[in-house]
Design a protein around this ligand. Structure first.
Ligand SMILES: NC(=O)c1ccc[n+]([C@@H]2O[C@H](COP(=O)([O-])OP(=O)(O)OC[C@H]3O[C@@H](n4cnc5c(N)ncnc54)[C@H](OP(=O)(O)O)[C@@H]3O)[C@@H](O)[C@H]2O)c1
Length: 332
């Protein structure tokens, strides 16, 4: 039995993780921390059948766990990560703090000096489809961002097969409002998102670009949008392949996912929609040839931002790290 601690259990990702862990027969939640709700029970915060005490992070007994999940805002996790690693506990951090290998990139995109640069070299970017072997042995896994998961999984086969004729890529993503977390903000409350649709941080400003570029080696122009739904991400990606590349060759490149339990490529002529992935740990891909002669293609990628884009992927990483069946807790 893997003994688990969760920091930030009252956030969207923390609660999603708790729900997933209920279905995992080889993991047991030993502690769950909260900030404002410390001292209450999970059932007081979310009216569900799952009941756990919520403790202050200072009271967490690291000697009693094998792994912790940090479901905390970026910029706040370093002390918890450091303390956990020193106690010999493996860490899966859902925040952005350990995703970028180069501390200068962190400074550039997050505007602060990295709080624990000495840990970056050993942190593994937790996308199992790309880094499974390294994740197996990692002490610190940096769970990918929600948008980057959908984008990197769509682009990786083309990069790997050497099919990107142009390394500049345009990515247009739409996310449900839970992507911004549970804290109140003007931008994401009901009155501001219901029955409307908006773009934000477009061009070269969204921080997730850094991960996309690190993991693909491409240059990305990124336009995120806020959808008036709770969960789900749909990314539309415009690429140029060598002139004359036919669809069969492109599909062959995606054969790299043949044995992946959580990546599906739809048959030619079909495109994924949010409902194909929401509620699951799947990333579902579609390929549309725009003009074979000039090598222009469009990729469409969908996922659940709280599952494959966050807590499901985190659980997948835990399964890999502890040598368990990778799909445990994630199939139903
Ligand atoms: N939402 C997504 O789709 C998504 C996807 C991928 C990755 N992530 C990343 O996962 C992390 C958690 O996201 P989330 O959406 O679950 O956020 P959230 O809903 O805002 O929850 C954050 C949790 O951390 C606690 N917290 C807030 N500020 C804190 C602080 N300064 N110190 C300690 N605890 C604090 C909150 O407690 P209170 O309730 O008391 O504030 C809450 O339990 C973030 O780093 C986010 O970027 C999110």
């Amino acid at each position: 039995m893997i003994r688990v601690g969760i920091y930030g259990a009252t956030g969207y990702t923390g609660f999603e993780l708790i729900k997933l862990l209920q279905r995992h027969h080889q993991a047991q939640i030993v502690f769950a921390t909260a900030r404002s709700a410390a001292g209450k029970r999970l059932g007081d915060v979310f009216p569900t059948m799952i009941d756990l005490p919520l403790i202050d992070a200072e009271e967490a007994n690291l000697a009693a766990v094998d792994v912790v999940f940090c479901c905390l805002p970026h910029g706040t996790t370093a002390p918890t990560v450091q303390r956990s690693l020193e106690a010999g506990v493996r860490v899966i951090d859902l925040s952005a703090d350990f995703r970028l290998r180069d501390p200068a990139d962190y400074q550039r995109w997050y505007g602060n000096t990295h709080p624990a640069p000495e840990l970056l070299a050993s942190a593994v970017y937790g996308l199992p489809e790309l880094h499974r072997e390294a994740i197996r042995h990692a002490r610190l896994v940096a769970n990918p961002g929600c948008y980057p998961t959908s984008v990197i999984l769509a682009l990786h086969p083309l990069v790997r097969a050497g099919l990107m004729a142009d390394t500049n890529v345009i990515v247009d993503s739409k996310s449900g409002v839970s992507g911004a977390g549970r804290s109140l903000s003007l931008k994401t409350h009901f009155g501001e998102t219901h029955e409307t649709f908006s773009a934000y941080n477009i061009g070269r400003s969204h921080r997730h670009i850094a991960e996309m570029e690190q993991e693909t080696g491409l240059q990305v122009i990124f336009s995120p949008h806020l959808l008036p739904v709770f969960k789900g991400i749909l990314s539309t990606i415009y690429v140029r392949l060598p002139a004359g590349t036919d669809a069969a060759l492109v599909r062959e490149a995606y054969g790299v996912y043949r044995d992946e339990p959580f990546v599906r490529l739809l048959p030619g002529g079909r495109l994924p929609e949010l409902r194909h992935a929401v509620g699951t740990n799947l990333c579902v891909l579609g390929i549309h040839p725009v003009d074979v002669d000039s090598g222009r293609y469009i990729l469409v990628s969908v996922e659940d931002n709280l599952i494959k884009g966050a807590s499901g992927q985190a659980l997948q990483n835990m399964n890999v790290m502890f040598g368990l069946e990778e799909t445990l807790g994630l199939m139903s």
